[in-house]
Design a protein around this ligand. Structure first.
Ligand code: PLP
Length: 379
């Protein structure tokens, strides 16, 4: 049997038309976009086309898009670029949530070492940060807020617009990590009321190692890397033209088919869920059932088994477990701990994320394999 890939939140394959768009930039269009001759100019034009495609996906202007090496770098640039702007005076307050990816928590921890005070707002058991608990964390010296748009493990969507409105009314810079949401649900920066927004190419059918940061025109950040003046002085280094072209094409693909794709993802995800739930006499449960989630993501809990062992039985089925086992001890992922799961519950959690190339047949086969593994292991 061919592998069944239900791990699109980990990474996506490169879309064929993205690959095609990138190809000439590995061969004939090899110029440096900073060169003024014909080969350089051709690359610059393609780079700017890609910028405009990414800007369209986000409802931004072209001069508000900075290309980076991916979600991690975009988050670092947003957080450290904002907080270190008034160096050497490093003070003030940063708010993040306990759902954030390490690409946000690690720069926040780094900023804390330099004197920034960090508050971590806790989500509820539904995997959503409430606007009320967020508002309570605000302080007169809050300089930056970074709350993710959609969580990578649970798929829960955060109240970004409401948080953005609160930040705007107090002149606080607001960043959102949209690595998981871009291409799956609308990510219009004005609707979301954000100042900074990160995307990662490999979550939306472009290659790994490319991403972008949206920087609202009136928001000033410092570069994190220092060098020449590329990317409006915010990200030095000769641009990775083939990958950026790929990201542009992927953004265009995502933008054009957004609603249709989201509806299709939702149907596949629900189909998978219904089969698991009914096939287990309702024993298999969803971790966050009653809230708005990414249409492609199902965080399921298989009782009395290890989800990792279930996947080991079927090496042709690719999905994620959120807990890692180190010498017999189960380490609960911070996200599952945030929604209140204990080690035993977390042991049975599996993230199943469908994508553009998932078929109904694959979903049906996956449900059968999972039910079979669960039945035999729980005995
Ligand atoms: C929510 C979120 N943010 C950031 C990242 C990091 O992106 P990248 O792998 O492009 O550095 C990921 C990737 O797993 C993610 O899921």
């Amino acid at each position: 049997m061919r592998q069944i890939y239900l791990d699109y939140n980990a990474t996506t394959p490169i879309a064929p038309s993205v690959r095609e768009a990138m190809q000439p930039f590995f061969v004939e269009h090899f110029g440096n976009p900073s060169s003024s001759h014909i080969l350089g100019r051709a690359c610059l034009e393609s780079l700017e086309d890609a910028r405009s495609q990414v800007a369209s996906l986000l409802g931004a202007d072209v001069d508000e898009i900075i290309f980076t090496s991916g979600g991690t770098e975009s988050n670092n640039l947003a957080i450290l670029g904002t907080l270190f702007r008034n160096a050497p005076i490093l003070d003030g307050h940063l708010i993040i949530s306990n759902l954030e990816h390490p690409a946000v928590t690690a720069p926040a921890e780094y900023a804390a070492k330099w004197g920034i005070d960090v508050t971590i707002v806790e989500c509820g058991p539904d995997g959503v940060v409430s606007v009320e608990s967020f508002a309570e964390a605000l302080r007169p010296d809050t300089r930056l807020v970074s709350i993710m748009h959609a969580n990578n493990e649970l798929g829960t969507i955060q109240p970004i617009r409401e948080i953005g409105e609160l930040c705007r009314s107090r002149d606080i810079v607001f960043h959102t990590d949209a690595a998981q949401s871009a291409g799956k649900i609308p990510t219009n920066v004005d609707e979301l009321q954000v100042d900074l927004l990160s995307i990662a190419g490999h979550k939306l059918y472009a290659p790994k190692g490319v991403g972008a940061l949206y920087v609202r025109r009136d928001v000033a950040i410092d570069p994190v890397l220092h060098g020449a003046g590329h990317e409006m002085g915010l990200r030095p280094g000769t641009e990775n033209v083939p990958y950026i072209v790929g990201l542009g094409r992927a953004a265009k693909l995502a933008h054009v088919g957004l609603d249709e794709n989201a509806a299709r993802m939702g149907q596949l995800r629900d189909r998978l869920w219904n089969k698991l739930h009914s096939g287990s006499d309702n024993a298999i449960v969803q971790n966050v059932a009653a809230v708005e989630c990414l249409p492609n993501t199902l965080s399921a809990r298989f009782p009395n088994v290890s989800a990792a062992e279930m996947l080991q039985r079927h090496s042709d089925l690719c999905a994620s477990t959120a807990s890692a086992c180190h010498s017999g001890d189960i380490a609960v992922s911070p996200t599952l701990a945030a929604i209140g799961l204990d080690a035993e519950q977390a042991r049975g959690v599996m993230r199943l994320s469908v994508g553009r190339y998932t078929t109904e047949t694959e979903v049906d086969q996956a449900a059968e394999l999972l039910l079979e593994a669960w039945e035999s292991l729980r005995r």
